[in-house]
Design a protein around this ligand. Sequence first.
Ligand SMILES: Cc1cc2nc3c(=O)[nH]c(=O)nc-3n(C[C@H](O)[C@H](O)[C@H](O)COP(=O)(O)OP(=O)(O)OC[C@H]3O[C@@H](n4cnc5c(N)ncnc54)[C@H](O)[C@@H]3O)c2cc1C
Length: 223
Amino acid sequence: MMLDIDVIVVGAGPVGMVAALLAANEGLEVLLLEKSDNRHVQSRAIGITPPSLEILQHIGLTDLLLDKGISVRFVRIHDETRLLCSLDFSQLPDTFPFVLAIPQHRTETLLEEAIARVPSIHLLRGHTVEDVFIQGEQVEVYGGHSQGGRFHFICRCLLGCDGGRSITREALEIPFDGASDSQTFLMGDFEDNGTSGDDACFFLRHAGRWNHFPYPEGSAVMF
Ligand SMILES: Cc1cc2nc3c(=O)[nH]c(=O)nc-3n(C[C@H](O)[C@H](O)[C@H](O)COP(=O)(O)OP(=O)(O)OC[C@H]3O[C@@H](n4cnc5c(N)ncnc54)[C@H](O)[C@@H]3O)c2cc1C
């Protein structure tokens, strides 16, 4: 049992890792609990938007990410035969007027490497949170290890960053007003031999819609 840690973050996805880094930046001691033993590597979020890049600048990560990703400044939308229109992000009044194309697993790798450099963040993988109780001024967190065994931690502040099916939200009876989208799509990372360079392209075809985003090192994500 770890007593009186400042902050427990449940979930070491991108949100949990950024939250842990921001809290540590404020001088807080952080325990980051993650149920999976390994990081996910599937194709997920394709890029980082300008406001997120500004937030990541506070924890010194933006330059690292810019180095690893592709700055997408144009989106081109085509129908069967012609270019319908282009969106020019470079006109945005932001510090970073582009979407940074970078696979989510690479972003997570950089975040986890940053966490490893911060002594006040303790990342524990294989720790599944199962219940959370607020007891006066403190929060009690109970769960199980992936190798068997139980844990019980107490903190002053808990951040539930455990994704769409959050056990934290459920335990604390916090309502979730979101709804499922009925659309289905296929997404994957492929080698790119095309000519669209660093632009994102949307193709609106009779057979269906497909989108193409550039990724670093000549690969592209399509869905
Ligand atoms: C196929 C696919 C495509 C996507 N494409 C895009 C996209 O193009 N653009 C975009 O913006 N987003 C996209 N997303 C969504 C994006 O992946 C999520 O928005 C993002 O992962 C949310 O981050 P998060 O940290 O909130 O949650 P998650 O990434 O879900 O992380 C939550 C973490 O909490 C851990 N956890 C869960 N329960 C517990 C528990 N009880 N105890 C301990 N740990 C726990 C999980 O293991 C996980 O590591 C896509 C997602 C998928 C699946």
